[in-house]
Design a protein around this ligand. Structure first.
Ligand SMILES: [Fe+2]
Ligand SMILES: [Fe+2]
Length: 292
């Protein structure tokens, strides 16, 4: 079994310190085998923001696989943006922008969907090139067949249930088709600061692109599940969604995704929010209250 924490859109300089500490406490308690971070570590790619992100990552004991987000390259220093866009990212977060993690049970492939410019006003949108798709297919084809395969990028592969026209990562459909050809089970992303999940292929019951309860979902390598994470620590929340991250377990070729929500004092399963189970879940991590 493998246990993964999928965190996204941390946005250092605009974080809630209590949530940051709560997330570190939860990760320390859970001891996942891997933390996957799907970009936007900073707000404006400033050095001090990267230093804060680095300090956070230094306190995470699990291995971290990260990809950059659009906020991780400078919006102001155009020389830097065009010629060395990921220099600070590589220095403070990870040397690779498209890392690959592989062990005896899972393989995780990172895709850098950030673009330094675009022929339109909004440069924050992401894209996947055909070369990236080919490279990803080569990596997938070379993997041992029994590994559960996971892809992660920053920009969304699927639209939210409430906005079918939402802007997706460029070439999302081509990329998803390639992932399906190579039996990828999960495609993870962030950027929208909203959590939702959706099967990309028709389900066995015949319900094409079925939407699922966002609080918990299961999938296998024969059904590609695209999963969006909310913002784990940022105060830039959207749609009244609290901070959140995804707790993923992979066992026997089946992945289970649980959304973990910040309640103000701890984290609990989205399905249990507001219940007694939620309160005991939080107490598990934070420990008994200190004696008066
Ligand atoms: Fe973000
Ligand atoms: Fe973003």
């Amino acid at each position: 079994m493998r246990r993964i924490a999928h965190i996204s859109d941390l946005h250092f300089r605009r974080v809630d310190p209590a949530v940051v500490e709560g997330l570190l406490a939860e990760l320390d308690h859970d001891r996942p085998d891997l933390v996957i971070a799907s970009g936007d570590f900073t707000m404006r790619a400033r050095t001090r923001e990267y230093e804060e992100a680095r300090a956070f990552l230094a306190r995470v004991t699990a291995p971290v696989l990260a990809v950059p987000g659009n906020h991780d390259i400078s919006p102001y220093r155009l020389w830097q943006r065009f010629f060395t866009p990921f220099r600070r990212y590589r220095r403070y977060i990870a040397p690779e922008t498209e890392p690959v993690f592989q062990d005896e049970e899972i393989a995780v492939i990172g895709l850098n969907t950030v673009r330094t410019w675009a022929p339109e006003r909004d440069w924050s949108q992401g894209k996947i090139t055909r070369a990236q798709i080919r490279r990803t297919e080569r990596v997938l084809a070379a993997l041992p067949p029994h590994l559960f395969r996971i892809i992660v990028g920053h920009h969304p592969f699927i639209p939210p249930p409430w906005d079918a026209e939402a802007r997706l990562v460029g070439r999302a459909d081509e990329a998803l088709a390639a992932f399906q050809r190579h039996h990828v089970g999960l495609a993870l992303a962030g950027h929208l600061h909203r959590g939702y999940s959706r099967f990309v292929m028709p389900t066995p019951s015949g319900a094409a692109r079925a939407e699922i309860d966002r609080s918990e979902a299961q999938t296998t390598a024969t059904r590609l599940l695209a999963v969006q994470a909310g913002s784990a620590t940022s105060t830039r929340l959207r749609g009244n969604e609290p901070n959140a991250y995804n707790r993923i377990t992979v066992e026997g070729g089946v992945a289970t995704v649980q959304v973990r929500l910040w309640t103000g004092s701890g984290w609990c399963d989205a399905a249990a929010a507001g219940s007694a189970r939620c309160a005991s879940d939080e107490a598990d991590v934070t420990g008994p209250p200190a004696p008066p």
